[in-house]
Design a protein around this ligand. Sequence first.
Ligand code: AP5
Ligand code: MG
Length: 210
Amino acid sequence: MRIVLLGPPGAGKGTQAARLAVSLKVQHVSTGDMLRAEVAGETALGKLAKGFMDRGELVPDDVIIGMISSRLKSGAGMVLDGFPRTVAQAEALDRAFVQAGLKLDRVVYFAVGQEELVIRLSGRATCKGCQRPYNLNTSPPKKTGNCDHCGGELMQRNDDKPEAVRNRLKVYEKQTAPVLDYYRRAAAVKEIDAVGTVEEVYARLTAAVR
Ligand code: AP5
Ligand code: MG
């Protein structure tokens, strides 16, 4: 299966994509996680991307499409998290799938109000190792400061600081909300209420991709 999870920053895409990918036995493909790995490795791509990410802006389309296109064409099942987030990226995804003879099975949109997003992002802690997200208020790790999954150290993402969060929400409205309209025109979008416990949202997500 090939599934796109769409939604604003903090909507819970990463939290849910990790679980869904395990249950469907497909890859979890997060362009945000891929970019953070490049930044941590101090690669040329990471150095280019870091400034955009820290400011809460999008990394240029050609960089993202270049980074992900071979994975799109691999034929593997995947849950795409954080890609596409511009109409140009959605068009590139369509082209890549057509060229490889693949099809997109579902697009699921996570609906969450802005106030809830700010609360979620300000309490988020992310594993330096596997990038799993926690929330210090609602879903803290079992051992303070360390990831339940890999034991890695938890940190605050640079772009979870208040100014970057505000900018990410603006950028989402301007550049990513049109992607929802793009998919709606193809009548392929299922919208889920992404407010509730992680379990409740997961149940809605699995019903939407069934
Ligand atoms: P990316 O890493 O994709 O960030 P994002 O889209 O802003 O989304 P987030 O990861 O912040 O939120 P999420 O929806 O995954 O929520 P999460 O599950 O963590 O991108 C980062 C940057 O990289 C971008 O700004 C850009 O610079 C660049 N980039 C990446 N992809 C790009 C692309 N395609 N093109 C251009 N640039 C790109 O949950 C959030 C918090 O809420 C956590 O604390 C979590 O524990 C908590 N939570 C989750 N579910 C619930 C729930 N049901 N109830 C209460 N709390 C919950
Ligand atoms: Mg994420």
